[in-house]
Ligand binder design. Structure first.
Ligand code: NAD
Length: 497
């Protein structure tokens, strides 16, 4: 059911969408919803239907967890030597890389993501899978302990079936961050993609099947949060759970996992600050921060949404931002000239507009007017980038908006800047901008969050842990060697001598 004649679909993408209504994948088989319910997947850039997909029910989720458990216990997957499992995972990484253009177009259409950025996300999936796979080959699985009077050692085992619930902003990339360490460690997975963006996860499960990846290792259960999501997070058959999304739902997932004593990782929202000192290159810093807030239309958990600017450069900085924001070309996500695509849904568009209104009602000044954007020939969910200014007690400065909206204010001393940056319940990521690197390092370490960046924002590298604290998350984070260790349970074995 490919939609518009105006969209030039790759033949493989058209073929994939023509299998609508798309089913989940459980135990290697396509599975329809037991209730028969389906939902439409919408292209946010045109508002048109891409395909329908099945909404799997709690019963279907139960089947998926059973399939993952069956594969874990009855197949050779969990017991394979790391190099043999690694060979299969590299084959999967190769297949994803080979199908990059197809997956990127699916992701771009489903999430409203600029096509070149979707390409980057798919490559990131491949790199993440290879990173954890390669690391798993070098980890010592048995460690002898030097304890007098005892013959003692520890041994690492995979946990079993692991559940994953993902949001809609980086569906494929985050799936890579989540499942790669779990798979490399020998676990099996059940994935619930967001209902706004289920397509790339379904494509991955089908691709895995096509290349002969073992059935039941990657199961995908598209569905709603309150039904499939709640069923997955509350399933007593899971041995680990990972959730990426809002703090509100994260709390529910944490409670459900707590009831079963299932270990859980929560990667949640943020309200990051950028602290800009008076010794920076103003034009370059303004350009980078405008780039950050407009990247994926501001739908980025770790974005710099509160810009704290030294009083002495404030006006020059704002003038630069105004010039840069005016250059941002809002447009359809598949058009090469577009810098910023739509937000993911009408609901998200409404949410952003409501924050612009509430922020101004509470006294914020709109320095650069946001609001709905017109894109010729497309009736999608477009917004203009916006810049608000005012005091930090404003709702638009305190709550996560998740759109192309930055909030700017001034500071005059280092201590004041740190206090302002830390005046939030969130703790995900902040940045500091200064040419004085000892000051930048000092401020970076003083900001209470999982991640501090210097003279850059949104920095990710395999091997650097990425995690939130407080309202932004718990459970160890992603992307580092520790993440791989999280997916093994550690057992001690002791014999008194
Ligand atoms: P959301 O919390 O509304 O939904 C996330 C997922 O949870 C979806 O798959 C949804 O179906 C599911 N869900 C909803 N209700 C559920 C329930 N009761 N039980 C179980 N699952 C349920 O978040 P969203 O709107 O999709 O994504 C935006 C949020 O995600 C923002 O807060 C953003 O900051 C956060 N995020 C965090 C990170 C990170 O790495 N820290 C990365 C990306 C996004």
């Amino acid at each position: 059911m490919a939609t518009t004649a105006s969209i030039k679909l790759l033949p493989e993408v058209a073929a994939f969408l023509s299998t609508s209504p798309l089913k989940g994948v459980v135990g290697g088989k396509d599975v329809a919803s037991s209730t028969g319910e389906t939902m439409k997947s919408i292209d946010p850039g045109s508002g048109e239907v891409l395909a329908e997909f099945h909404l799997l029910s709690p019963e279907d989720v139960d089947r998926a967890v059973s399939a993952a458990a069956h594969t874990f216990h009855k197949s050779s997957w969990a017991k394979l030597p790391p190099n043999e499992r690694g060979a299969m995972l590299h084959r999967l990484a190769d297949a994803v890389e080979k199908h990059k253009s197809i997956i990127a177009q699916i992701e771009s259409l489903d999430a409203g993501k600029i096509l070149s950025q979707a390409h980057g996300d798919v490559q990131n999936f491949v790199d993440t899978l290879r990173y954890f796979t390669n690391m798993s080959l070098h980890v010592q699985h048995r460690t002898v302990l030097a304890v007098s009077g005892h013959d003692a050692w520890t041994v690492r085992h995979p946990w079993g079936p692991c559940g994953f619930i993902f949001p809609w902003n980086f569906p494929f990339l985050l799936m890579g961050w989540g499942i790669s360490p779990a798979l490399a460690a020998g676990n099996t997975t059940v994935i619930k993609p967001a209902e706004d963006t289920p397509l790339s996860a379904i494509y991955l499960a089908r691709l895995a099947r096509e290349i002969g990846f073992p059935d039941g290792v990657i199961n995908v259960v598209p569905g709603t949060g309150h039904s499939a999501g709640a069923a997955l997070s509350g399933h007593s058959g899971l041995r680990r759970m990972s959730f990426t999304g809002s703090p509100e739902v994260g709390r529910l997932v944490g409670q459900a996992c707590g009831a079963n004593l299932t270990p859980v990782k929560l990667e949640l929202g943020g309200k990051g600050a950028a602290v800009v000192f008076d010794d920076v290159d103003i034009a370059q810093t303004a350009q980078k921060l405008v780039g950050a807030i407009t990247f994926h239309t501001g739908q980025v958990c770790c974005d710099a949404t509160r810009w704290l600017i030294h009083t002495s450069i404030y006006q020059d900085f704002i003038d630069e931002c105004k010039a840069r924001m005016k250059e941002v070309q809002v447009g359809y996500q598949l058009d090469e000239t577009s810098h910023m695509g739509p937000v993911v849904s009408a609901k998200q568009q409404k949410r952003v507009l409501s924050y612009l209104k509430k922020g101004q009602e509470q006294g914020a000044e709109m320095l650069i007017a946001g609001g709905e954007a017109e894109v010729r020939g497309r009736s999608g969910f477009y917004l203009k980038p916006a810049l608000l200014a005012g005091s930090l007690d404003n709702v638009a400065a305190r709550e996560e908006i998740f759109g192309p909206v930055a909030y700017v204010t001034t500071f005059s001393s280092e201590a004041e800047a740190i206090a302002m940056a830390n005046d939030t319940d969130y703790g995900l990521a902040n940045s500091v901008w200064s040419n004085d690197l000892s000051r930048a390092s000092r401020v970076a370490e003083s900001m209470v969050a999982g991640n501090s960046w210097i003279n850059a924002h949104n920095v990710f590298a395999h091997g650097v842990p990425y995690a939130g604290v407080h309202k932004s998350g718990m459970g160890g984070g992603v992307l580092s060697i520790e993440t791989l260790f999280d997916y093994w349970r550690n057992q001690s074995v002791v014999r008194p001598l």
